[in-house]
Design a protein around this ligand. Structure first.
Ligand code: C2O
Length: 535
């Protein structure tokens, strides 16, 4: 195993898109930021130096960080922010994982521009469990805003309303020629006829689940969230913010120029967002004057496509890559996702939108929760997040509009080391149903079941897939439905659990799990590094 070292200089750079230049926060002046390359088993050391006027923290999304939450990154959860003019070293081992993941700022909405890919190759000499690609390409999807994102969010908060939506989607930071002034901001990938390509795709968009397709070419899905899957062929993929997907594409069509395109999946279209970002799949030797053709993407409200697509995702589950699904459950947790209101004296209408889990809007602490847990500090959080909502109701019936006020607290769920947990995440029709990509830090989990309507504990578990369910770190809970996930709590620490739509995270759709230390020598949270930023 090797040690890979990176220097990340967080700085402000001028970037121009859609006919305007504006200062944005970048890493090393690059947008998107640099790709991190490592092999399974490597140690990765990244020195983050913050030269921007914002506090910063960076999260390595999907890396498990065993007993080492200090390197996980979410601000006020596992560390205090890296202040302007200071540095912090993220030092971690990549153990038992290989595939595509990504990194992003984990404070305010700064991940709008501060993100990049992580490519973890298998150990030297270990082949992929699918046909070897001739070449590989990272594609990171994002969003672009004309204005200063932090300002837009502040205004939205003051009005108690969501901020306006982004002005473009992007592929590797570029919106493509369907947007104004964007001909020169078009990502192109050159391919040779007869060759196979592995596309390593990450969705870094702030608030949009996205469909992706390549005109004229099918894709074979081989991995999601850095876990191999049973390969299947599809004309389009669906990817939620936080998720990653690897697909194989054969350049086996008439040489030409083909668009690759992304557009939101929105089965609850408020507001409607049908912007299409494009990049080019360009056969070698074809002149740029040939017009590309657009792929057929599922229509924005194609819920049926989404459900069928997600059902096709299965763990590879071979002797080399077994799916170790917990069959016996020690702890059952049921969490409702709600949209409600909070009193807000400074807001224009006196209330603001608030999101909640089991009716609790998460209040961000002033100090890092992992530190508070490690040092047994009092008064930072309470370990009493309930395993059930305060009262049962018809979760997905007619929209509930009365008494929508949420309770508030920094309440965490405490989990015994090595216990097996089943967590059912239930969408509700408080104000409105909506789909939510839920991400758990520090773990992968198995998505054993999913359904539309109210979860029925008497019937639904009988239909679980306990053989080869998809294993991932971010699950799209369907609109007006539920997802059941299982994991073994073998990673001690404090692990953030939140909706990966930035809008909802900001409204409090989050909590954290405190996984207690185990009895073994390596089963306890390690001591913090000396340069851990103070609050
Ligand atoms: Cu990619 Cu806590 O997030």
């Amino acid at each position: 195993a090797a040690t890979k070292k990176y220097q990340f200089d967080v700085q402000v750079s001028n970037v121009s898109r859609l006919c305007h230049a504006k200062p944005i926060v970048t890493v090393n002046g690059q947008f998107p930021g640099p790709t991190i390359y490592a092999r399974e088993g490597d140690r990765v050391i990244i020195n983050v130096s913050n030269h921007a006027q914002y506090n910063m923290s960076i999260h390595w999304h999907g890396l498990k960080q065993y007993a080492n939450g200090w390197a996980d990154g979410p601000a006020y959860i596992t560390q205090c922010p890296i202040k302007t003019g200071s540095s912090y070293v993220y030092d971690f081992n990549v153990t038992g994982q290989r595939g595509t993941l990504w990194w992003h700022a984990h404070i305010l909405w700064l991940r709008a521009t501060v993100y990049g890919a992580i490519v973890i190759l298998p150990q030297q000499g270990t082949p992929y469990p699918f046909p070897k690609p001739d070449s590989e390409q990272v594609l990171v999807f994002g969003e672009w805003w004309h204005g200063d994102v932090e300002e837009i969010v502040k205004q939205g908060n003051a009005m108690g309303l969501p901020p306006n939506m982004s002005d473009a989607h992007t592929i590797n930071g570029k919106p493509g020629p369907l947007f104004p002034c964007s001909e020169k901001h078009t990502f192109a990938m050159e391919v040779e006829q007869g060759k196979k390509y592995l596309l390593r795709i990450a969705n870094a968009a702030l608030n949009d689940e996205l469909f992706f397709a390549v005109a004229g070419h099918n894709m074979t899905v081989v991995e999601i969230d850095a876990v191999y899957t049973k390969p299947f062929t599809t004309s389009a993929i669906l990817i939620a913010p936080g998720q990653t997907t690897n697909v194989l594409v054969y350049a086996n069509r008439a040489p030409g120029r083909y668009f690759m395109a992304v557009r939101p999946f929105q089965d609850v279209p408020i507001p409607v967002d049908n912007k299409t970002a494009t990049a080019i799949f360009q056969y070698k030797g074809i002149p740029n004057t040939v017009l590309p053709s657009l792929p057929q993407l599922p229509s924005p409200n194609d819920t049926a496509f989404a459900l069928t697509y997600n059902k096709k995702l299965r763990s590879l589950n071979t002797p080399n890559f077994p799916a170790n699904v917990p069959l016996k459950v020690d702890r059952n947790i049921f969490i409702t996702i709600g949209l409600g209101k909070s009193v807000c004296p400074t807001c224009i209408n006196g209330t603001r939108l608030s999101a909640s889990l089991n009716n609790i809007t998460f209040v961000m602490p002033q100090t890092g929760l992992l530190q508070a847990h490690y040092q047994k500090m009092k008064g930072v959080f309470t370990p009493d997040f309930p395993d059930r909502p305060p009262k049962a109701f018809n979760y997905t019936g007619a929209p509930l509009t009365a008494n929508l006020f949420t309770s508030h607290g920094t309440r965490l769920s405490k989990i015994a080391f090595n216990s097996t947990v089943e967590l059912v995440i239930q969408d509700t029709n408080l104000l409105s149903v909506e789909s939510h990509p839920f991400h758990l830090h520090g773990y992968n989990f198995f998505v054993v079941g999913t359904g539309i309507g109210n979860f029925d504990p008497a019937k639904d578990p009988a239909n679980y897939n306990l053989v080869d369910p998809p294993e991932r770190n971010t699950v799209g809970v369907p609109t007006g439905g539920w997802s059941a996930i299982r994991f073994r709590a073998d990673n001690p620490g404090v692990w953030f659990f939140h909706c990966h739509l930035e809008l909802h995270t900001g409204w409090g759709l989050k909590t954290a799990f405190v996984v207690e230390n185990g009895p073994g020598k390596n089963q306890a949270v390690r001591p913090p590094p000396n340069d851990l930023p103070p609050c």
